[in-house]
Design a protein around this ligand. Sequence first.
Ligand SMILES: *[C@@H]1O[C@H](CO)[C@@H](O)[C@H](O)[C@H]1NC(C)=O
Ligand SMILES: *[C@@H]1O[C@H](CO)[C@@H](O)[C@H](O)[C@H]1NC(C)=O
Length: 969
Amino acid sequence: MGPSRDSLPLLVPAVVALAALMRLSDGKLELKVSQPSVEVMFHENGLLQCEIAELTGSTLSANNLGVLWAFTSDTGNSKPFVYMHGVINEQWKEAELSESSILSGNMSLLLKSVTFKHTGQYRCDVFISPNYKASKTIKLEVLARPTVTVVSEKIVEVGTGGEMALGCQLSGYYPCDSNAEWLQSTPSQGETKLLTDICIAPPVKNPDGTCNVTTEVRLEPHVEDIGSTFQCRVTHKTFSEPYLVTAFVTLKAEIRLATGSIVGSIIASIIISVAVIATGIFLYMRLYYKVAPEVSDIQIPARIVHLEPAEIICHVSGFRPDVILVSWYLKTCKDSGKEFIGDWQKDNMVRIPFVTDRKIEISERIETGRGWKVKPGISQKNGDGSFSISSILEIYPDINEHNKAEITCEVSHPASSEVISKSICLQVEGVAPKLAKIIGPHIVHHNNSVVLTCPIHFFKPRPLRITWYKEMNGKKESLLKLSESKDHFYSNKYSHVANEFSFSDHSHSVYSMLFFNPTIKEDDQSEYFCEVEHISLRNPAKEQIKLQVKAFPSVNAISCEPVNPVIEEKLTLSCKVHSFYPETIIIQWLKDNKVIEGAETSEVILNLENKLYELTSSCTIIPTLLERQSKYKCQVDHQSLLYPRFAEYTPENLVSFPILSEIVCNPAIPEPGKELTLTCDISNFYPEDIQIDWFRDEMKVNDNPKYGNIVEIPSDENGLYKKVTQVTLTPSTDDHQAEYKIEVCHTKSSTKPLKQCFQLFFKGSPKFSEFKLEPENPLYGKPLSVYHSVCGLLHEKITVEWYKASEHVKDGVKISGPVVTHENTYKIDSCLNFLVTAEDFERELIFQFKDNTKSEVFKRRIQLPLKAVVPKVTEIKCDPPHPKKGGNATLTCKIEHFCPVDIHVVWSKGWTEYKNKQIVETPKIDAKGLYSTITKLPIVVGAGSEEYTCEIRHTKTNDIVEKTFILQI
Ligand SMILES: *[C@@H]1O[C@H](CO)[C@@H](O)[C@H](O)[C@H]1NC(C)=O
Ligand SMILES: *[C@@H]1O[C@H](CO)[C@@H](O)[C@H](O)[C@H]1NC(C)=O
């Protein structure tokens, strides 16, 4: 693509400038250009250098970089190269510049095999959005060296009055400025002179843009010129010094005729006379006869574009004399009359032209306010002596003002009494926007913000209507409509920002950016459209992008069952993965980054609430003690993820339950007064922390040295722990039938203690029953029966007695037996009946058994399950009830029905305590089987009212009862 206007309809004259939008910030962008002007020989390659010399505050990337090479020449403007946001929008086919070079900061443009059309100004614009812009201009000149040919006769005879002509032809050179002169060197005179009688035709343009020119010299050589040489001296930009070419011509002396001819002379004179008359007529026709001009239809370019210069030509031809006035007028649709734009005028100039068809440049310019101008026309003298001119009006149309406007060219000439006029109607076009592909991710994440950018480039004039809509399942939904006057949003899900750039050719670019949070339900597999309407578009232009919405899976922490995993026992790990979309997902279980085969995965379910998928995957393992540092992973891979996600679990809290052996007694058969050891092995537990307690009949042995001494021996085995625990004691008859119990609590594995029991039983000793109470819960003041029996007696010589603490009880004792049982042993039953009183509270009831043949005495003890009872206190009474001032009185208070006996009584008056005067009678068992008593305080009655208090504290229950009395006189 060359710099031709037709092939670049969109990019006509343009040098990019930046819009007001792009304000300069703190960073810096500077370009480097080695030479402001470059000269390149025709058909060679030219490099237009443009490199980034300095850039701070930003980096280059395809997304932010724009490079534009703009070209301006006499014939028009174009864009050799346009790069915007990663896309090369325009490129001449002879221009070379790669994207990789651009991204490395080298925007140098290589033009291959340049021709003259490449001559002009090149501007390199670099902009890094949104803040940086820099540009540099380089002038390119294409040069061609002339081919110089000298044309001459070979031999010229001098002295005959004959002329000689020398031609110096320069062809195929550029620029068209050149000079060719003829020099004559005469050796006899020792001088070189410049020949002045020369004739230079204006340079002729070749189709390739180069020029040809011929410089001709005519001279009448004389005898003294014989021996001269003639040289053509050429100066041109491509020669560093003048270039000389010698003509191969030889001047010779004349060869005279011997005789003349009179007749010949007469004939010659007649011929000359006729020639003179003919010449006269010819000159009159050429110089003085007036002819009116002909005006052809106005010529306009095929397209006239908004705010781009265009040339309108009015051809006037065949007029004489060479005097003419061409005026231009404009009539817009709004105006009623026509408006003068400018004119071009030419006065007569009398010249004897050397060459016909000669062109004369007229340098008059008429400027108008709107930048329209009448350019200097080209005047031409025709072969028949008449003249032609072309008047050119350069316009700069505005679509809003000049579309359908009428332009008139008026021509005045002395040979025509009337003004000749031609009109034309302007059709001004805009430039349609060019849409680039919508910029945006094809894969977006559910409920994450996304922006779609629709780049709309190089349109003019400005008003543009942008519509965003989306299509999903064949349903079209409008999202927003943007126009100059008003923006309309159909849904508040969307927001919009437009970034606008303006260029110096008055074209614009807009980046329409749509912001929203896509959701699976509303946006998956939907197509978003950006549609643009513009004055220069018959149908709206649109671009689209298809979205795939995905949701990241969330991976919950791994849970395990049982919570405290047991060594060498099945452990199930479960991992919940949720909120993902689409459904396809890969779950893998790994142990120390190695895949575990055969892990189960449950089915994917759709959560109806959020329309996302979820599943729970489980994996069963059997952990060993060595694996407590192993890492188990539930790894999730999904198309929305760049890297798999995972949850991790390490069975650090592995446990092993303790195993308890039976309690072993040594010696196996205990005897009273002989030391024995009870041993229990606790093994196989993990971790090491363990609590071991021994009990004797529910009493802790640890606290009670008379029950035995405990020894613990720890050890371990294959990483699991073991403990041997022993109780050593010397039993007495009291220990007969005592139960020793071990309780092991390993809280890491279980909250329930493990137990083992062992009952001491002296060989040959009778078997004592448990005590039996009737009623089961004895009450104060009520009768109670306590039963006890002994069996397994080998003979009848025994004594059975009851004691209340140390007091031997004889009343209420009933003994039946001994009787023979079917095992051929004897059995004795005994019962103690009595009325329960407060005295029985916390008192031991002892059943004593004696084998009269032995010295051993067995005692069985029981404490009645009785409760302490808080005293009831009556109101304080005064005796006499109404004592006189200064008289004596006694305050009395009854304390009733309490147990146990201990109470503490304090009398006080106001804040003062009575220490010694108070009387507390000894408590006695009352009718309810509880204690009751009376307290008294003798007083001397004082003046005024006095407050007395009696405070009774029950020591066992710590209960306090307080009574007050106000003594009034
Ligand atoms: C820039 O690119 C041009 C053309 O490809 C090359 O000739 C020139 O050496 C490059 N400049 C630098 C500094 O690399
Ligand atoms: C210019 O000169 C060349 C070489 O003499 C010739 O071939 C060509 O036709 C000339 N061009 C014109 C426009 O006369």
